[in-house]
Design a protein around this ligand. Structure first.
Ligand code: GLY
Ligand code: MN
Length: 351
């Protein structure tokens, strides 16, 4: 028997069967993580084909549940799919080689991705609880880290310490490569953490997150490592980014598009003469993937509604000088934006 969640996806794809190889979609369907495996969904049942590396773990975790676990790989999964002529497969996550193989096996394919996208846009209570926990771990780790920052530490050392703390607090891993940028390095929005050494008076930008039971958190904080009295302008700019961030929480409502949400922050920064320096979008959906739907950008058509989870992350950047970004993972609840992040300060902390 299919669960309501699986039935809804199956019905909306409209194929005879769904055939899924992609790792995070497999996880979405089965709630079991594996690097390889295949999921076949027919009108009657959902089968997970796991190889010898995963079969024992999968049988244990999924015992008694709605997903049937079968030992096997590509051959066994394709054999089981043979009777179903039209297969739904997620086009963006299927290689040309795999598509050709399905055709060779006599299948016609349709794109299952729109159905997955629609289902994943609205998080269930279980998904929200996992994201909340991932946010809590990230914030606790950050608060633990701050008193341990010392003159002379390298960016990569700080990143390693933060990741270690998240792991100890229950994280499965990071949501993405942790960004620790000291001083002028903050001006590169997706800076590659390096060996720059922390010095008194440096601005620090840390963008990080962890995974908990498959689900991500995403958070950025920007602050000063000591006050060398040279950062009056930095503090003023920080207050403006913070205002843009808070205005989103205050003014964005269900029914607005991602474009309208983006315009709340962008419009404010424009009024302060900073529009040109806000060089990326306001936010992105957060879930099993760190970047998913909805899109909150000048091109974002998604209509925001309850159950959606996304980032609120305005940032401004001055090449070679400084960058300031303030980011929370938030959800839409009761028509309003509610943050998952309540434990860390968003202010321009001075350590
Ligand atoms: N916080 C990292 C990102 O949004 O890509
Ligand atoms: Mn982000």
């Amino acid at each position: 028997m299919l669960t309501d969640k699986l039935r809804k996806i199956y019905d909306s794809v409209g194929a005879e069967a769904l055939f899924v190889e992609c790792d995070f979609l497999r996880r979405y369907l089965t709630d079991f993580y594996s690097t390889d495996g295949y999921v076949l969904i027919t009108e009657k049942e959902c089968t997970f084909f796991a190889d010898f590396r995963y079969i024992e773990g999968a049988e244990k975790k999924l015992a008694g549940g709605p997903v049937k676990v079968v030992c096997g790989g590509y051959r066994e999964a394709l054999e089981a799919a043979k009777p179903y002529r039209v297969l739904g497969v997620p086009y963006p996550y299927v290689s040309a080689t795999a598509l050709k193989l399905y055709e060779k096996e006599g299948h016609e394919t349709v794109d299952a991705m729109p159905a997955f996208r629609a289902a994943r846009l609205i998080k269930s209570d279980e998904e929200l609880a996992r994201i909340r926990k991932a946010c809590e771990i990230a914030e606790d780790a950050f608060n633990d880290l701050l008193p341990e920052l010392k003159d002379g530490m390298e960016e990569r050392e700080v990143a390693a310490l933060l990741e270690y703390k998240m792991r100890r607090l229950g994280a499965e891993g990071t949501s993405f490569e942790t960004i620790v940028a000291f001083g002028e390095n903050g001006s590169i929005p997706h800076y590659a953490t390096g060996d720059r050494v922390l010095r008194f008076g440096d601005p620090v930008l840390i963008d990080f997150g962890c995974k908990y039971e498959g689900y991500c958190s995403d958070i950025t904080r920007t602050f000063l490592f000591g006050d060398d009295k040279k950062h009056a302008e930095f503090k003023e700019l920080h207050a403006k980014v913070l205002m843009a961030h808070e205005l989103v929480k205050e003014r964005v409502e269900a029914g607005m598009t991602g474009r309208q949400a983006d315009a709340v922050a962008r419009g404010y920064l424009r009024s302060k003469g900073l529009a040109e320096t806000f060089s990326h979008s306001l936010g992105h959906g957060v879930g099993l993937e760190i970047h998913e739907y909805p899109v909150l950008s000048p091109r974002g058509d998604d209509v925001l509604c309850d159950g959606m989870v996304f980032s609120d992350e305005p940032g401004i950047y001055f090449a070679g000088k400084l960058g300031i970004r303030i980011e929370d993972t938030v959800c839409m609840k009761g028509g309003r934006v509610v943050s998952f992040m309540n434990k860390t300060s968003r202010n321009c902390l001075i350590l």
